[in-house]
Design a protein around this ligand. Structure first.
Ligand code: PMV
Length: 325
């Protein structure tokens, strides 16, 4: 049996501003998606007959990427990520299935995380009508801390470039990593799920409309870019207090762009007294918030009391990998 695991992700800084060419910073988290694959007499997914049209990411990777025409497969998928919550669960699924399939077809061959990131990105693009940023798939594949930007960002190491022909024309991204100093492991990321699913497409369109009505809000985008840069400097220096302050500041700007929600506000408010910083993460309007904390249990309890579902993670977990039996 071949088994692959790929982590989910959280955006620490730069969501929404990245749509306007500014950098975004994401980290891989401990939770993710596990996929196991073995030969079988029939095609099955989680014990049910596999229907390719209902699983576009899986069928894209099987048919388009690997052009698999071998023996039918029994596929099992387990996820400990909240789905449709901004944690990159579809990207993690694509990467984990890509890893497991590669190990099934070429046992013993090491994984190529960049090839998996590209594969996952093409699956996301196909499933999302040609519009997908490589943030989720690159973070899940490479692990650690990733900066996605229209251009190279100082203090980062360039890993690869991604491009995609979208309905709005060709889009290009530079994918970079940041070395995280050891002392960052003194703090934990506490994710709080509001229980409300959110649509990235709708939230991005809402911000575009708001900017058209109130062009002066473009200043808030530039402010997010400055906060992202300060946050990155704080991360590279291992300055936990400064990372937390940048997270708080980023949240205030995202509120002004109208992407927070009453449930996100209540979880952020509950987490703040016990955290270094807290903010919504991803597209907003529901989904998740994150807090940086030295005592993650306390923050997780505060989030739970406020009605959220907590998940604790290291800041920058390892990327896609094969699992031993
Ligand atoms: O909620 P998520 O993880 O889908 O994050 C979306 C991030 C945005 O900046 C809002 C959109 C994008 O394409 O980068």
């Amino acid at each position: 049996m071949a088994r692959g695991f790929a982590p989910g992700k959280c955006i620490l800084f730069g969501e929404h501003a990245v749509v306007y060419g500014h950098p975004a910073v994401a980290v891989a988290i401990d939770s993710g998606v596990r996929v196991s694959i073995e030969e079988s007499r029939e095609w099955t997914l989680e014990g049910m007959p596999f229907e390719p049209s209902r699983h576009p990411h899986i069928s894209h990777i099987l048919n388009r990427v690997f052009q698999y025409d071998g023996t039918p497969l029994r596929m099992e998928v387990e996820s400990d990520l909240f789905s449709a919550a901004g944690l990159g669960s579809s990207a993690a699924l694509s990467n984990a299935i890509g890893a497991a399939l590669q190990a099934h077809i070429n046992p013993g061959q090491p994984l190529d995380p960049i090839a998996l990131a590209r594969m996952g990105h093409s699956a996301e693009a196909m499933a999302q009508k040609g519009r997908a940023s490589p943030t989720d798939t690159a973070t899940s594949a490479l692990g650690g801390c990733i900066v996605v930007s229209g251009e190279h960002v100082q203090g980062t190491r360039h890993v690869f470039d991604a491009e995609l022909e979208t309905p709005e024309g060709l889009r290009e991204w530079s994918i970079n990593t940041v070395e995280l100093p050891d002392n960052l492991s003194e703090a934990w990321l506490v994710i709080g799920f509001t229980g409300e699913m959110s649509s990235t497409g709708k939230m991005v369109a809402g911000v575009a409309n708001l900017l058209e009505e109130q062009p002066e809000l473009r200043d808030e985008m530039d402010a997010i870019a400055k906060i992202t840069s300060a946050g990155l400097t704080a991360m590279s220096a291992g300055n936990l207090e400064a990372i937390g302050m940048a997270m708080d500041a980023c949240h205030e700007k995202l509120r002004l762009l109208g992407v927070s929600s009453p449930s996100l506000e209540s979880l952020v408010e509950a987490a703040r007294p016990h955290s270094l910083g807290a903010k919504l993460t991803g597209s907003g309007g529901g989904g998740c918030m994150i807090a940086l904390a030295r005592d993650p249990q306390r923050v997780a309890e505060a989030i739970e009391v406020a009605g959220g579902k907590p998940l604790v993670s290291r800041l920058g977990a390892p990327g896609v990998r094969l699992l031993e039996d």
